[in-house]
Design a binder for this molecule. Sequence first.
Ligand code: NAI
Length: 210
Amino acid sequence: MESKNIPDIVIGRLPIYLLALQRMVMEGRLYTSSQELGERLGISAAQIRKDLSQFGEFGKQGTGYNISFLSDQLRRILNIEQVWDIAVVGAGDIGHALAGYQGFTNRGFRVAMIFDNDPEKIGKPAGNFIIQDVNQLTALVKEANIKVAMLAVPAAHAQAVALQLVEAGVKTILNYAPITLNLPAGVRVSNIDPLIHLQRMAYYLDPEKE
Ligand code: NAI
């Protein structure tokens, strides 16, 4: 695989490049340059060229990058040419927001099912889905060959549910619960915790650190 020795921080910038390119497509643009991308994103042109050069030669001296070609290449590199189904666990505020979110379309993912353990919620709708019993999770996720999950249960339940997801074959978990999951090697976890970001930024609210 071409991404074997590529630092994760570089991989992390590719979706940001892709998003900027998609905006340019919507503006009807055909070509861009590392300078222009850099200005839009607040990243240096040299950094962008260096990141992209790890995967091949995508632009031409003088004309720059063909936006649609580069977008296709980034999708291929990121493995999002296909659409990945997602299992959402926890049909609370966040689970409902995720199940109803239209923004996944055309970006490589789609919510496929949502689970909860609350008998009051099971069988009720969330977005276009019917909330399923978490007791069915292992069987349904396995059967649908789902590899991606978003975890939106309370912190106290997150570890146990995550293990259930792994047992069902899930390899990638986006975790909203404010807790560090302890999972076997080969399972990739990313955490979404707004408080971590806010606390980090609060440090700079001290006028002496401006
Ligand atoms: P919520 O309390 O509205 O929803 C949690 C849902 O998980 C409930 O429907 C509950 O029945 C379900 N649940 C509990 N145990 C379960 C289990 N074992 N299996 C399946 N479902 C189970 O919580 P909310 O607000 O949606 O948050 C979800 C997670 O995200 C929490 O861990 C929370 O701390 C975290 N979070 C929430 C934010 C927010 O703004 N609401 C922001 C950042 C993180």
